[in-house]
Structure formats: structure tokens, C-alpha cells
Design a protein around this ligand. Sequence first.
Ligand code: FMN
Length: 233
Amino acid sequence: MRTDRNTNPDARVVDSVIRSRRAVRAFRPNPIARHVIDQILEVASCAPSNSNTQPWRVDVLAGPAKSALSDVLKQAHEENRHPPLTHMPEVLPEAMRRRQEAFGAAYYGVLGVPKHDVQQRARVTARNFDFFGAPVGLIFSIDSALTKFSWLDYGIFIQTVMVAAQAVGLDTCPQVSFARFQNVIAEHLALPANYEVVCGMSMGLSDCDSPVSRLETGREPVENFARFLGFDS
Ligand SMILES: Cc1cc2nc3c(=O)[nH]c(=O)nc-3n(C[C@H](O)[C@H](O)[C@H](O)COP(=O)(O)O)c2cc1C
């Protein structure tokens, strides 16, 4: 076992890929070849799942296919044709509410959008549906018969997609915003019956010059979320 992370070359590479991933919200339009995405998904399919059930299903969109989906979603967003997104409880536990608020302040802050400007905020949200200008958009869906433990599998898969992409210099943004438009997406992409959208993802090369690329998100130190019991040292 080579547990010294500073001298173990594998750990240094893995750590650096994981640490360098950011949710990127401004992309350059440079196209990405199909085989590059295919390889990322192949690596990600090594993710574990309960009883190896592999509950993932991915629609990978580029060019006119991506634009066509973006168009119907932007239209639906503009016409407010969607149920509210209930991906989190209305009242978050206090510590999480504070982090969510800090994130919102930082995000709208770098974009120069005032807190109570509902219209400008809606325009910012709409950028999700353009996949933030990325050349590739992914829509992740799951059989609705599955329960939260399969969604746990799915989360692991999605993180593995992002890490596999990061390893070849491709940036990503996971996007729950797409889940708001279940029916629009299911119909447009002709998803199998009973499938629901888990989330979307933008993938491509970051536009480092965009102000939104300056957004930094911090993390809690380990002692704030982990408890160690029974260790000698
Ligand atoms: C499941 C999931 C859904 C997300 N949905 C969105 C989204 O719809 N739009 C968006 O701009 N960012 C979205 N994010 C990105 C988070 O805001 C981001 O991961 C978080 O602020 C931490 O920042 P970092 O990823 O840059 O470290 C999502 C992240 C996750 C994990």
C-alpha cells in the first residue's frame, strides 16, 4: 500500500483530476469528436452499481440535435411551461441552506445580477438550456421503477463521467435544471416509456475568459463532516 498521497504518482494524478474539476458555465464552441465522448462513457461505465444493475441511459447530443432540444427547452422555459423543480426540500437543513445561499450570492455576484432581479435570474437559468454554449450536451435518464439506491448508483456514474472527461481536458457542468422539463424532453427525445430525466450535462472546453469562470466554490474541512472512531492515531 502506498498511502502517502504526496509521493504516490497514481494518487497525485487522480487527486489532481478530481480537484481540478469545476462546474463550468461558459464553453468554447470547439466541437468534440464522437469517439472521445464514447471513450469517456466507456470508462464511466466501470462505475459500481447495486448488483451491477447499471441503471444509466444517456442521450448524447451535438450539432443540430443539441440545438433542437435547446430550442424546445428555451421556449418552454420562456413560456413558463414547467412544474416547479422539487429536487430539494423547500426548507433546507440550516447548514446546507447557508451554503446554498453563499453559492447563489457568489454565482449571481460574478454575473452582476442583483439578488431580487427575477427577470435577469430567469435569463441566467435559461443558459442551462443552451448547455452554456458547450458543443456536447448529455441527458441522463433512468427507469422510474427504480428507487433511491439506484439513484445513488447514478450519482456515482455521473461523477465518473465528469472525472473521465476532466482527465482528457474536457470540462463539464452537471445540470438538474433539465429535470424540470420531464415531459418536454421525454417527448422530444422519444425516451423509453417510464423513463425519467435524472439531469443533463454540458461538456466541452471551458471559456476561461468568461466572468463566470472566476466562480470559486469552497468545501468544508473533513472534521466538519466526518467522525473518526476507534483509530490509534
Ligand atoms: C446533481 C447536480 C445538479 C446540478 N445542477 C446544476 C444546474 O442545473 N445548473 C448549474 O448551473 N449548476 C448545477 N450544478 C452545479 C453545482 O452548482 C456545483 O457543482 C456546486 O456549486 C459546486 O461547484 P463545483 O462543481 O464547481 O465544485 C449541479 C451539480 C450537481 C451535482
